[in-house]
Ligand binder design. Structure first.
Ligand code: PMP
Length: 438
């Protein structure tokens, strides 16, 4: 039964049992209406209420200044946002320049405006990426696919100073950020596969107190540490995340976006005329990924999966009622405590366990480690496949599930998301000690 197992899957991930039970009821007969939530119109008052409740709860938890920021829900997962952030924000960058050119050159000077914007794109357009793990790497590769390499600046790549592997975040002094005027600067706050989490908001991306045009537009992928710590939303242009870790079930993506980035959509004919200076794929989102369109339609431009949203709404509301005035800081304290328990057990047995990432960037959400044989090559611990298999088999016997590392990196990964109870984190820590001693 559910109470006998402790699940540490990386995503889809465990959800609070109460939210699942209430959702299960709603899937068959929502609040005794005789209808399933999966059967009702996404434009019905019921659906609108679920959407409004989700937005309210999220705004409460993160202290979102709702006059300046909008919350959107859409399809496409985290991966959809790898593309959508590029297309929307590059489109916005172009539109700002187009408007400026029109203002300076005057109406009716279409050819001159086009020529000026083309030249500006060639000379100035950049998107900056901090590549600190598999997901930001994928995002940067998508940017290159859509825009071409010419416009993509990989400002940092953790592998360069770490034997070709992820596991640290390069010192900010080594970052090669474009000084100013980028369409956006992108990072992944928590790298799910590699167990690397930014300890906080990067200093180099802080506001410089300049004009809005001079400020960096920061895009952060928070798919795997959403709602696990306090953030200052005002530092970000766009925050996004797939739901299937800390928020709900897969099928919806959440976006928190600065409103001043909306409604900067170049006329399609203007974009078409820019080609071949810039590939159109880099500046025109499919309509279902157009942030301005989704925002203008309160996330109901097309059929939003209301049942999936409902699960998220329940999770959000339960966080609001659990933490009250502490808001997300309450959850942060528990996340820190559970992570400390598990890392504590790992660190106590350095002959058995090797935590993969550097200590200063250890993720509180995805705890990635190897089981070692004690031998060392080039000062590096050698993973012991046999011991790892034995560890996983023993874990399964004890009902500790979902611990196998990502197929691309192997090893063990314990995902410590919000719905993992302290009791289950304790069970895992207990098993880590027991295995190391045996
Ligand atoms: N970003 C991060 C940090 C992720 O962990 C994941 C998926 N695990 C993704 C993006 C991709 O999300 P999706 O599968 O929802 O497209």
């Amino acid at each position: 039964s559910r109470s006998e197992i402790a699940y540490f899957g990386a995503g889809p991930a465990p959800l609070p049992t109460a939210a699942l039970e209430k959702s299960a009821e709603a899937l068959v007969n929502f609040e005794d209406s005789g209808l399933s939530l999966a059967e009702i119109s996404h434009r019905s008052p019921t659906a609108n209420k679920i959407l409004a409740d989700a937005k309210d709860a999220l705004a409460t938890l993160y202290d979102i200044p709702t006059d300046e920021y909008d919350v959107l829900f859409l399809h496409g997962g985290g991966t959809g946002e790898f593309s959508a952030t590029v297309q929307n924000l590059v489109g916005a960058w172009i539109e700002k320049r187009r408007r400026k050119a029109v203002a300076e050159l005057g109406e009716g000077k279409d050819a001159e405006v086009l020529d000026r914007v083309r030249r500006e794109i060639e000379a100035e357009l950049k998107v900056d990426y901090l590549v600190t793990g598999s997901w930001s790497l994928k995002a940067s590769q998508e940017a290159t696919r859509l825009l071409s390499a010419k416009y993509v600046n990989v400002a940092a790549d953790s592998r360069k100073s770490n034997n070709g592997k992820f596991g640290k975040i390069p010192d900010e002094k080594e970052w090669k950020l474009t000084p100013k005027g980028t369409a956006f600067t992108y990072y992944c706050d928590n790298e799910t596969v590699d167990g690397v989490e930014f300890p906080g908001f990067p200093k180099s991306l802080e506001s410089t107190g300049g004009s809005e045009d001079d400020e960096r537009i920061v895009v952060a992928d928070m798919s795997s540490n959403f709602l696990s710590r306090k953030i200052d939303v005002r530092k970000f242009g766009v925050i996004f995340g797939g739901a299937q870790k800390n928020l709900g079930i897969t099928g919806i993506t959440v976006i928190i976006i600065r409103k001043s980035l909306l409604n900067l959509v170049p006329p399609p004919t203007f974009l078409h005329a820019l080609s071949p200076v810039i590939p159109l794929s880099g500046a025109i989102p499919p309509i279902v990924f157009s942030f301005s369109t989704i925002a203008a339609n309160n996330s109901l431009y097309n059929t939003l999966p209301i049942f999936n949203l409902y699960v998220a709404t329940l999770v959000l509301q339960s966080l609001v009622s659990t933490w009250g005035s502490q808001k997300v800081s309450g959850q942060e304290a528990i996340a820190d405590k559970k992570a400390a328990l598990i890392y504590g057990a790992l660190d106590a047995f350095p002959d058995t366990y090797h935590v993969v990432p550097n200590k200063s960037v250890r993720s509180r959400m995805n705890i990635c480690f190897r089981i070692i044989s004690g031998a060392q090559t080039n000062n590096e611990a050698v993973p012991d496949d046999g011991r790892e298999k034995a560890f996983l088999a023993g874990a399964e016997k004890r009902g500790l599930l979902g611990l196998k590392g990502h197929r691309s990196v192997g090893g063990i990964r314990a995902s410590n998301y919000n719905a993992v109870s302290e009791e289950n984190a304790q069970k895992l820590a207990g098993y880590l000690v027991e295995f190391a001693k045996a």
